[in-house]
Design a protein around this ligand. Structure first.
Ligand code: FES
Length: 217
């Protein structure tokens, strides 16, 4: 054989090696693409699982000043809770469902202050729903025991911390329980209901937190 020529069997081996190498790159690339798609899909799933409304913050200037803050509630779907910050505190806006509202009247005997006699809400919210409009609950989200932020547990079904649970807020710090009007259950260390702040409707879509309805006490 002349110098520089490759024997035919060796040439086939080189071609085969080259193909295998390419296949390795391609399958590696396919693996990368699959992994990338999976990650993107995972992120999408996370976004889908978390309600699109998580929180909303007024301008830093408004926060510093403790000024009233205006909130657009038009996108808060039934069952959802929107959290905003007002005077450095979390304020919840919960769009209660018909079912959740109906459940409010079923457990008065288990509450410390079912009729909201303690001064924890403006006069215009001293009613069974503790709100201006029945469906929209507005509450300061700070436990009246030692100041933790309770969890929103909207399900109307037994929970490990309450076998008769009908939706509400649970403070895991020391197991205080509140219903979906922010009323505290007997047996909770929290002494009084959650606070309803002053607020008023600007129109059907917007609420201002920090001021009551015109002419209200
Ligand atoms: S701070 Fe909520 S139960 Fe103690």
């Amino acid at each position: 054989m002349e110098p520089g020529m490759i024997p035919i069997p060796a040439m086939f081996n080189r071609i085969a090696e080259s193909r295998m190498a390419n296949q390795g790159v391609n399958s590696g690339r396919r693996r990368f693409l699959t992994a990338s798609t999976a990650v993107v899909g995972g992120v999408g799933a996370i976004f889908a699982a978390v309600p699109f409304i998580k929180s909303w913050n007024p301008s830093a200037r408004a926060q510093v000043a403790g000024a009233p803050v205006e909130v657009d509630i038009s996108k808060v779907e039934p069952g959802q809770r929107l959290t905003v910050k007002w005077r450095g505190k979390p304020v919840w806006l919960v769009h209660r469902t018909e079912e959740q509202l109906a459940a409010l009247g079923k457990h008065d005997a288990r509450l410390k202050d079912a009729a909201s006699e303690q001064d924890q809400q403006p006069a215009y919210a001293r009613n069974p729903q503790r709100s201006v409009k029945p469906e929209m609950l507005v509450l300061v989200g700070i436990c009246t025991h030692l100041g933790c932020v309770p969890r929103y547990v909207p399900e109307l079904e037994p929970q490990p911390f309450d076998s008769e649970w009908q939706g509400g807020f649970f403070c895991p710090c020391h197991n205080s329980r509140f219903d979906l009007a922010g009323r505290v259950f007997d047996g909770s260390p929290a002494p009084i209901n959650l606070e309803v702040p002053a607020y008023r409707y600007v129109d059907d879509r917007n609420i201002v937190i920090g001021v009551g309805p015109e002419g209200a006490a």
